[in-house]
Write a protein that binds this ligand. Structure first.
Ligand SMILES: *[C@@H]1O[C@H](CO)[C@@H](O)[C@H](O)[C@H]1NC(C)=O
Length: 294
């Protein structure tokens, strides 16, 4: 009991410390604002400008980075008021370019954290080759990893389990030689096509020839792609959904997988579906709002 009280006291005490920071700083021994420096650039002096990506962990990481830049490194820092949606846009903002060719320039941002470079594995090296002098530098990992996953709604999972003991959270449950997982899902043809990007939308991953070439290389599934002069692109029979080999012969048996943004990781989803015999129809939601409300 005594130990518990002591712990509680300690907790309350440290809470009080957190609640009463000295002079607007976060860390003990922080460089006070009056002693902080500006970056001296050709364009004049500037605070360190941090761009912030449009997701929660980026908000957190950027806030911590700004505190460290101000209170430990001793520089003024400014967090961008806009939110950057994709890592490629972040790359451009750090280079001070409005597009890949850098046809016009804007004021550069200096720091971006949570730049998931796996999303720009082809664009980043290509941009660096095209613009070696201004391409942002990769400062390495922040020390944590991220996973991409497929999600099934809980009520769908529960229905299949209570019905026939089928575990939809397990990839092998989707083998159509043994099970009928499609029974618990809608069909992609039930979803309005107008809510999806056409597969040939420029900039989307279905027409990323580097990723689609890798898909063919790893799976040998040439029927799932079309060869263009630039390389392979996904083949979508209806123009909107790519169908995996397990249901290509009977599209009504495909389970819809809905991707977001420009279709990041659909190349991985295609590989998963083909490797595990998963009957999938993969489409890319036309807007973020459509995606999160599905
Ligand atoms: C699905 O099950 C069949 C029958 O057991 C098996 O031959 C096939 O390899 C399985 N497919 C995959 C992708 O594991």
């Amino acid at each position: 009991m005594k130990a518990v009280q002591a712990m509680l006291r300690l907790f309350v005490w440290s809470l009080a410390l957190i609640l009463v920071p000295s002079a607007g700083t976060c860390l003990p021994e922080a460089v006070p604002e009056s002693s902080r420096k500006f970056l001296e650039l050709d364009s004049g002096s500037s605070p360190v400008q941090l761009l912030v990506y449009d997701w929660a962990s980026a908000e957190l990481g950027s806030t911590i980075a700004a505190i460290l830049i101000q209170e430990v490194l001793g520089y003024h820092a400014r967090i961008d008021s806009e939110r950057t949606v994709t890592v490629f846009e972040g790359l451009l903002a750090l280079a001070g370019c409005t597009d890949f060719d850098c046809t016009s320039t804007v004021e550069r941002k200096h720091v971006a954290v949570e730049s998931w470079l796996s999303e720009v594995i082809t664009l980043y090296p290509a941009f660096r080759d095209a613009h070696p002098a201004i391409c942002p530098e990769d400062m390495g990992t922040m020390g944590y990893f991220g996973n991409h996953n497929l999600f099934v709604k809980a009520y769908v999972r529960d229905e299949a389990y209570h019905d026939v003991g089928l575990a939809l959270e397990f990839y092998r449950s989707y083998n159509t030689s043994h099970h009928d997982p499609k029974k618990y899902f809608d069909s992609f043809t039930d979803i309005p096509q107008s809510e999806f990007f056409p597969c040939d939308t420029p900039g989307n991953e279905f027409v990323n020839t580097v990723r689609m070439d890798l898909y063919v290389q790893y799976t040998g599934d040439e029927a799932g792609v079309t060869l263009t002069p630039e390389g392979y692109v996904a083949y979508c029979p209806d123009g909107y959904f790519w169908l995996s080999p397990a249901c290509r012969h009977d599209p009504s048996g495909c389970i819809p997988i809905i991707a977001a943004g420009n279709g990041w990781i659909i190349d991985a989803q295609m590989q998963w579906a083909t490797a595990y015999g998963f009957p999938a129809a993969i489409g890319i939601a036309a807007t973020w709002d459509l995606y999160v409300h599905q």
